[in-house]
Design a protein around this ligand. Sequence first.
Ligand code: CA
Length: 363
Amino acid sequence: MKRRSFLTGAAGATLAATAASTLATPAIAQGKRELKMVTTWPKNFPGLGTGAQRVADRITLATDGRISVKLYAAGELVPPFESFDAVSSGTADMYHGAEYYWQGKNKAFNFFTAVPLGFTANEINAWIMHGGGQELWDELSGNFGIKCLTAGNTGVQMGGWFNKEINSLEDFKGLKMRMPGLGGEVLRRVGATSVALPGGEIFPALQSGAIDATEWVGPWNDLAFGFYKITKFYYYPGYHESGSTLACGINRKVWDSFSKSDQSLVQSSCWAEDDYMYAEYNAKNSDSLDVLVNQHGVKLKKFSDEVFNALGKASREVVAEVADAGPLEKKIFDSYTAFKKKASAWTLLSDSAYTAAREKAGG
Ligand code: CA
């Protein structure tokens, strides 16, 4: 694709036109194809939209153009939340999005993005790649004719933006908050109402007063949307998304039509973005938090133990209820829960213990 940039001026245009007319047939004969990727993210939105673009570009580059992926941002081909149906039906070939947006299809999809009081980014990758998670994901999304791969991670998300201080559980009563996935159900259990707006619709809803509070991602992404212009109370930690995985969902027939080599290249492209994006969030969140607090007067607040523990209690109930929805939901819940117990024990005496000790020792 980059070769095109060398073709400048009239000579280049002529050469390009000649190339197009003479190479079109051989290109098809060589099995080259252009695939459509839809996404739930606004065009070029930092981290999420740019990550989707990088997945598309990585696949195109890795396969030397045999699979050329063209990205359509939210609303360009289909509305953001219709990305799943578009890929399932074959209207689009693949999507980049968050699996919990499809919880209306099956609540177990939440486990493959994030559930309240769930895995960190490291833990969810351990489960998906080495704890049976990928096989369960294949079974779940396979029921809809889709093959899924991890293709991004935001790391721990913030608790959200509120138009007032949250000092006790009482402050959630009557609050209207944007919150997707099972986190929204947790809010309802503590007396709030919740809506799952796509990213691009959050700012106007907050501005008009249609919602009183919102979560989105973290400092880098929240700064980009400008929530600080409307509300100043910014809470942490997020109980609801502690390491959200993003997914590349590929129409199963399209996936099966790839050669083994191309399947491997597509998988590696998605996994590379998973690491790259997680590193990007970790690098950019602290700088953005500094801008929010020191340039925009945002008040950084920590949820009290009373509030976090109550949200945690409701979280455990809501997540456990997914198992009641059916045998596959139960199988996924059981696998997730058993793995979380092991992963959590290791996290506490590895990453958590080390960072706490490092700070104590002077940083
Ligand atoms: Ca979020």
